[in-house]
Write a protein that binds this ligand. Sequence first.
Ligand code: SF4
Ligand code: SF4
Length: 447
Amino acid sequence: MTLFNLFGKRTFAHGIHPEEYKATTKEKATRRLPFAPEIIVPLAQSIGKPAKSIVFKGQQITRGEIIAEADGFMSVPIHAPVTGQVKSIDIVMTAKGEKAPAITITTSLSSGQLILESDIQQDYLRLSRTELIQAVKNTGIVGLGGAAFPTHVKMSIPDDRKIHTVLVNGCECEPFLTTDHRVMLEKIEQLLGIRIAMKCVDAPKAIIGIEDNKLDVLSAIKPHLPDDGSISIEAIETKYPQGAEKMLAYSLLGIEIPSGGLPSEVGLAIFNVATLAEIGALLPAGRGLIERIITITGDTVEKSGNYLIPIGTPIRYLLEYAGVSGQEIELILGGPMMGLPIQSLDVPVTKGTGGLLVLDKHATKQGDVLPCIKCSQCLQACPILLNPAELGQLAAKRLYDIMEEDFHLNDCFECGACSYVCPSNIPLVQYFRIAKTLNRERHLQDG
Ligand code: SF4
Ligand code: SF4
């Protein structure tokens, strides 16, 4: 049974309504950013295994050719985002503040940057499911909504599970971000990728779920949907975190994904809309993922907008181009709720980067952390009905094992809604991230 809000829109229980801050960029059509003189391509761009470099220092490479091969099932290949020369294959700083191997390319700015033509024009209808999933893997695609999970792995449904519905996640519930919004308006023909996903997981129907702050998408897409009703589009309440898989499944269909379980256990396969749009373009052309759209926005950005950017473009270049004023800025890759604060301007855009948020440090300064006043606002916010206040108290006492065993810490997907509402400025979600990391390390030590 689904829940409905006051206006009859489907929704889920709890959650929050943060200020959207989307008006500055949602009306702006996507523009291509000029190529940066240097591109840094990390070999680890998904939560799977890093790819293996197959190029050497000094090698000339052409935009679109494979420069790193997948290393096993949980890995995807990487294609050259630009034509140029391999400057180095070295250890660089990543957005997570860790060091990792990357291929640095000096861009050939005079080359015209045409993409290497593939002779594998693929008619997806003629491929078997196995061949199709392999073709998806060959594109190097991972979840573009931020999770960066290899898409072909998600599509490899175990034989004992039957998928009845593909859910296409077009909610984009994080404030500030509007890339999925633009993709749905500008790349309607590429939503062929939905058909490809349906075939890969053998599902008879698909539902595109959008928040009701994107009704222009509803009217743009509806005329293009097939007459047989196999693909539909539904607006659900604009509420954070509506785009989380559990919330989307519940709001659209009233289906609960069990604690610790996968969507396929309840007959669902869930994909981000931009991921499927890319597959719809790349797979028939036999091409790899070399660029993506990201939202660049924030208080101090002169040219806020949605930009098509080669993967590997350094953040420093984006800031220069978009015109960022002020010295005291805070940079976040992704949205303000679940994004990653970054310290170095030399880290590059990767496949999972959906946004670059530039905020004035003074405006974002949090107040002092105060004691919990037991107001229960965090309990009202948590979309999976955890008790963040109690978890926070346990974290303060370093009782991480009790958090996991008795208070379902691992169900927390770090949406940050509890921290957002806390009047005492308790950084609950940061506590939970630390607790999970320490628990993982403890389990590894225990064998
Ligand atoms: S961060 Fe975790 S505990 Fe806090 S609201 Fe989100 S899911 Fe609940
Ligand atoms: S919102 Fe903050 S102050 Fe209120 S109960 Fe939760 S942790 Fe305590």
